[in-house]
Design a protein around this ligand. Structure first.
Ligand SMILES: [Zn+2]
Length: 68
């Protein structure tokens, strides 16, 4: 991917952060089971998180892929 900031061809770095779906999933589990610990599982599942692509050179955020 070409970074718009430093104009280098870089392989975008992907960071996963807890997104809206993660919190919804957490809330769903919490209301269904009230089992402590279970509601923390979504925070360990990268598939439920937002993927944030950043340039490894200049740290510019190239794009955020949200699940919702
Ligand atoms: Zn860059």
């Amino acid at each position: 991917i070409a970074c718009p900031n430093c104009h280098q061809i870089v392989l975008s770095k992907v960071d996963y952060s807890a997104g809206l779906l993660t919190y919804l999933f957490c809330g769903g589990l919490f209301f269904c089971g009230f089992v402590l610990g279970c509601c923390l599982i979504p925070f360990c599942v990268d598939r439920l998180k937002d993927a944030k692509h950043t340039c490894p050179v200049c740290k510019t955020v190239l794009g955020v892929y949200k699940r919702l």
